[in-house]
Write a protein that binds this ligand. Sequence first.
Ligand SMILES: Cc1cc2nc3c(=O)[nH]c(=O)nc-3n(C[C@H](O)[C@H](O)[C@H](O)COP(=O)(O)OP(=O)(O)OC[C@H]3O[C@@H](n4cnc5c(N)ncnc54)[C@H](O)[C@@H]3O)c2cc1C
Length: 428
Amino acid sequence: MAERVDAVVVGAGAAGVATAWALARRGVSLRLFDDGVGATSLAGGAIDDQPWEEIARAASTLGLEPVLRPVSAELGEFVAALGLHRLGVTHSGGASAQVTRLATEAGCLRIARGHDRALLDLSLSERARILVPRVPRPEWDADSLARSWTADPHAQARGFQFIAVDAELCKLAGEDRIGVADFAARHDDEARLRWLGERIAELLRPANTGLGGPPDAVLLGPWLGANEPRAEELSRMVGVPVGEALGSVGGPPGLRFEAARRRLLERLGVARERAYVTAVCRKNGQFVIEHELGPAAHARALVLAIGGMASGGIVFDPPERYAGQDAPERVRPPFRASLEVDVTIAAAGRVFDIGSSLHGPALDRDAWPTDADPGLLERIGIVCTVARAGPYLYAAGDAIADRPRTFLEAVASGLAAAHGVLRELGQT
Ligand SMILES: Cc1cc2nc3c(=O)[nH]c(=O)nc-3n(C[C@H](O)[C@H](O)[C@H](O)COP(=O)(O)OP(=O)(O)OC[C@H]3O[C@@H](n4cnc5c(N)ncnc54)[C@H](O)[C@@H]3O)c2cc1C
């Protein structure tokens, strides 16, 4: 690996990969360091720009249908290059975008700006009938999920019916107990996917559904591939839309993101160097980036796409942690970045710098999210103007203070960081 490059990106979640994509396609030499598991790998496959609850709440207060903003052309290009998600269709004129509806494993229906292509979009016609096969898996209780989804206000308004049906969708012994990622990975295999298609086609026969006609869709757990989303192929095989419900933390959608990231970085010729970056300093007009893999990297520009508290990019480390029976030894900030670097950490305009606290913040008071405020731990991050934290220094994604913690926001700020780098390098 070259020791001297134009730019170093730390973190390869949605934000870091977007930055690397935007820089690499313009010929900027770069290195990408990433270690650990980030929020992007933990999320369930819905993608939003603003938190969806805010949009849903505003729509319900105003008595209107939720309206989504279209995304920028470059963001759309990145999503297409990653090849994992489908974005809600933008209406002609570009003023708004169609809401996607997803069924969650928690038993409700929610709106989203887009989703992993394995997930079932419930933008279906009125009175749609959606089959929910009974599959003996720990994350799946078809009967109570079907009841709960049918009772959701949106389902009630549209007359949707979710119907639990008997099915034999586990093929091999033990598939009722193996991890959900292993079960999903089995459907990466062509022959196994065909077998699943045949079982579902069988299920759809009028004699088996008792519906007197074909259902409108089939909803499954997060089982349709660990390497790639397999729902579209399955839907083509059986002739009705088949897809996943939105799963909980750390499931197959995260693995599919990691696989899509690997394919995209390979195409760009960028290596994801699996190493922790420990410290950064400036020397002779360059950044010197210390990492676990070997000699320091040198770069003119640096992008910190290290994530927020969920990924350990921002660390809660109050002085009182080391206090023992006496007062803490010294006053220092209760939050720090995962690497030593000269940045300012803040949340809601409150700066956490040297000398800010002896005991750290009162988390019982400041950390709890409310309707209007996501709380300290979701806001805390690096102070930036757009994505710029200093000369040639940028942050992106969840690492930035006071920005929404969403996939599309992470991508948008990753692209903004790349454009800032390009400007400062004189490569626009
Ligand atoms: C459970 C969960 C559900 C979510 N649901 C949704 C949703 O429904 N819709 C939505 O839009 N968003 C959702 N989000 C939020 C969304 O996933 C994040 O906002 C987005 O993925 C953040 O991307 P990022 O690149 O900024 O950070 P991350 O994906 O966290 O990436 C940061 C990376 O940097 C690495 N890193 C940190 N420090 C270092 C270091 N010193 N050296 C090397 N590497 C380092 C981390 O290990 C990680 O790999 C969810 C998040 C979670 C956790």
